[in-house]
Design a protein around this ligand. Structure first.
Ligand code: FE2
Length: 419
């Protein structure tokens, strides 16, 4: 069985690298987003009215997990008011395996929905995207799904996403992160297609009220990494830039409030907007090294995705700074005043380091319970996974296994990147 995904093909890797050049951006670009993003309770009602006109058979298959099933029930009740029959499937799990997507698609096929609804965090939304592909195209090889390969979805159903965290941005992105459980050890894979962007995203701050501080911080740092990387990525563009900056500023202001006050409604509302904006930004200009390094470290050492990618924000900025001055604009946009570039980089990095520490997230990996022995034993495999990660192609500074290893070594000790 072929264990490689589309981005592991060397020809594709050359194309991915070239697509980050300014010359190519002028002749090829595309922007993906849902048709409509509705916000708030009234927005959710307007959505239900619209979708009841759009769907003839009115059969909604709702994916969720056991933790947020109550929100799935709220969505189901709402859809009932507008003539839908619903089925709730609560089997979503973190880092969903391909086999679960296959099982879920078989459940969908039994119910024959014309609307698929994801109510949950990033994993649930990612699972919904994958299961939807298999519902529309039974037997399709998910690893063959590529960014510009036509699939012909939406012949059976539309997809709508109600995020219950403020972080992943999956409600507006064209990616689905899954685990390939047909290989040993199981491997994280990313499937990307313009067609798997949800048709609608519904942002209800009520669904994020009461989120525990740790999850609030982790998911919020994920959104921050999306925004910062989207701004600094080699695939950056003017539309993404605007969203990334606004999102970064909202997160810097409102994440501390949401962290301290789980029921602070305004902070929750702003964090939902910020996470979705960051999702639109990185969905279109990609996350870079924060994510390839964070994915690899998180997977091997069991660190929460948002925390793992958040830790790499300061290191990535330092590493990129040798190839691009765009960090100077980022600093200016978030209100950092400096006399020269050296001071600018120092202040910018310190700002993000302090921000991490304010959520009790040390930026030195060794302070996350990773012993030196474990670190040394796994460094090689972590570096290899990071280099092979799809996000690495979006780094504004072309990288190598040697550099990745050096960044990781510095991050373990909490030392600045000076090369
Ligand atoms: Fe992320």
């Amino acid at each position: 069985m072929d264990t490689k995904t589309w981005y592991m093909n060397p020809t594709m890797q050359v194309q991915l690298t070239l697509m980050g050049s300014e010359a190519v951006k002028e002749i090829f670009g595309h922007w993906v987003s849902p048709k409509t993003i509705f916000t708030g309770r009234l927005g959710a009602t307007v959505f239900a009215v619209f979708v009841s006109f759009l769907r003839e058979r009115k059969r909604a298959f709702i994916l969720s997990d056991k933790v947020v099933e109550r929100h799935a029930k709220t969505v189901a009740e709402h859809l009932h008011e507008y003539g839908f029959e619903t089925r709730i499937w609560n089997g979503a799990v973190p880092e969903p395996p391909i086999s679960l997507a296959e099982g879920c698609s078989r459940e969908m096929a039994k119910f024959e929905p014309d609307l698929i609804v994801a109510v949950g965090g990033g994993s649930t939304m990612d699972l919904a995207k994958a299961a939807w592909i298999l519902y529309e195209l039974p037997g399709y090889d998910l690893k063959a799904v590529g960014p510009l390969i036509p699939l012909g979805l939406r012949k059976k159903a539309l997809l709508v996403a109600y995020p219950t965290t403020s972080g992943t941005g999956s409600e507006v992105t064209w990616a689905s992160i899954l685990t390939d459980d047909a290989v040993s050890p199981p491997m994280k894979i990313e499937i990307i297609s313009m067609e798997i962007v949800p048709d609608f995203a519904i942002l209800l701050p009520e669904f994020t009220l009461g989120m525990p501080p740790k999850i609030t911080a982790g998911t919020g740092l994920d959104a921050l990494a999306h925004a910062v990387d989207a701004y600094l990525s080699s695939y950056d563009n003017d539309i993404s830039d605007a969203l990334a900056i606004k999102s970064t500023n909202l997160i810097l202001k409102f994440l501390p409030r949401a962290y301290r006050g789980p029921n602070d409604r305004e902070a929750r509302y702003r964090m939902q907007m910020a996470a979705t904006m960051a999702g639109l930004a990185f969905g279109n200009s990609q996350a870079a090294l924060t994510h390839s390094l964070g994915h690899a470290v998180g997977k091997v050492f069991g660190i929460h995705h948002g925390v793992a990618v958040g830790i790499f924000i300061p290191y990535s900025i330092q590493y990129y700074s040798k190839a691009s001055d765009k960090y100077v604009q980022l600093a200016r946009e978030i209100g950092i005043e400096t006399r020269d570039k050296v001071e600018c980089l120092e202040k910018l990095v310190a700002k993000f380091q302090e921000f991490l520490l304010s959520f009790e997230v040390p930026y030195a990996l060794k302070e996350h319970g990773i012993t030196e022995e474990e670190w040394e034993k796994n460094l090689g495999v972590v570096a290899k996974h990071a280099l092979e990660d799809a996000c690495t192609f979006a780094s504004p500074r072309p990288t190598s296994l040697t550099d990745i290893k050096k960044i990781l070594e510095h991050a373990y000790k909490g030392e600045g990147i000076d090369f």
